[in-house]
Design a protein around this ligand. Sequence first.
Ligand code: NAD
Length: 314
Amino acid sequence: MNRVALIGNGFVGSSYAFALLNQPIADELVIIDLNKEKAEGDAMDLNHGLPFAPSTTRIWSGDYADCEHADIVVICAGANQKPGETRLDLVEKNTKIFKAIVEQVMASGFDGIFIVATNPVDILTYATWKFSGLPKERVIGSGTILDTARFRYLLGQYFHIDTRNVHAYIIGEHGDTELPVWSHADIGGRPVHDLIQKNDKWSAEDLDDIFVNVRDAAYDIIERKGATYYGIAMGLVRLTRAIFHDENSILTVSVHLNGEYENDDVYIGVPAVVNRQGIRQVVELNLNDKEKEQFNHSVNVLKETMSSLFDKKE
Ligand code: NAD
């Protein structure tokens, strides 16, 4: 029995539940939220879709005791930024929420894999790792999985190629300091940098614009509809599938670095091999000097935020 426990059934969490139901991945899905009524209502609503689903999933609204037999706990719970609140205020608030959540999950006897989506995702994945005491391989953040998907989508549109034939990564913080790895971006084996030399209708300026659109996509969507959730929900399902199907897939997720990319003690988005054990291995791309500098800057920004956070707490 493959059981997923979803904690946080807001826009992202409920979209994840719906997307999960539409693929034959999990046998059981338990939904946990402070708002018990919403969790109950969603469990009922989702159950009514089962006759149309590709496989049978047992769905119910539950509590932390149900995490004991969960294989994966997905956390999408948390507070959103309020007007006048700084990013650091939000980090502090969500870290406190995470401490309470992760402690309750661990008290159930949970011994599986955590997937974290709540922002700031790299820092809250680090917090989950610390609070849970689980091996780093079994605590995974959604990292830049969505940013990489946005990047591939936009490159596919630009070069008029199926997005699944675009190989390109966004790495770093899921946030303002993330970076595109142009040195390893290719379409069907042809480097993007070579392609733009070969045809006047393509240019380096356009590529720069594509990255800016990726980086700022969340702001652009939030301005229009208040939140983003479908893309990340599908990314979380992709990650869930890679784990349950023991795929050894390479996904850009937030993982703990321990010497890889010449950095350590930080959770940050990089490509990694994902299977039933969690993170099998970090994929180390041979970054050029500019990319290395940008990546190190991203690490430093995360570490700086975390140091003020954990200094105060410990
Ligand atoms: P939301 O406000 O709609 O949902 C949050 C849910 O968490 C609510 O249902 C709330 O009741 C619940 N909750 C709060 N505290 C809880 C607790 N202690 N225990 C259990 N449940 C609790 O927010 P959303 O739009 O679904 O976003 C959720 C998070 O996902 C945010 O942090 C958002 O920034 C993040 N997000 C991440 C990505 C990504 O790429 N990683 C993309 C989009 C959104």
